[in-house]
Ligand binder design. Structure first.
Ligand SMILES: [Zn+2]
Ligand SMILES: [Zn+2]
Length: 139
């Protein structure tokens, strides 16, 4: 059995990571915290099994709310990953930090209640008001 490996890195290149495919899911998050963390109008995440995720380099962490950790590069500040008590065993990677982000496509939207009003995407994906129980888009 062979698995593809997806690679990524921060802006300065000192933090490098990889995960064994396939990822668990891929989706947009419109929540205010992700917007502030990324500076973008929407965040796009890849969810992976933490045991299939590897990373090297100068990573720092910030607890953005109870039970939530956001990791970033200590040198260049690039936001990299999200981990939360309510998603045990999962690491959520910002898709835009991947070397080949085109290989993965979002399957759903979460926290649409917090979406910037003028922003929209031209897709027919499921749109959830808040989060989903499993983050897979199945409610
Ligand atoms: Zn960096
Ligand atoms: Zn979010």
């Amino acid at each position: 059995m062979s698995h593809s490996v997806a690679n990524g890195h921060c802006l300065c290149g000192q933090v490098r990571f990889s995960f064994a495919e396939p990822p668990l899911w891929c989706g947009y998050c419109h929540c205010e915290s992700c917007r502030r963390n990324t500076g973008a109008v929407v965040a796009t995440f890849i969810g992976v099994d933490s045991e299939r995720f590897q990373r090297t380099g100068p990573v720092a962490s910030y607890a953005s709310s109870p039970g939530v950790i956001r990791d970033f590069c200590r040198v260049c500040g690039t936001p990299l990953t999200y981990r939360a008590d309510r998603f045990p065993g999962e690491t959520h990677i910002y898709l835009s930090t991947l070397d080949e982000p085109d290989r993965f496509k979002p399957e759903f939207h979460v926290f649409c209640a917090e979406k910037i009003a003028w922003f929209d995407t031209n897709d027919k994906l499921p749109r959830h008001v808040a989060t989903t129980t499993s983050a897979t888009g199945d409610t």
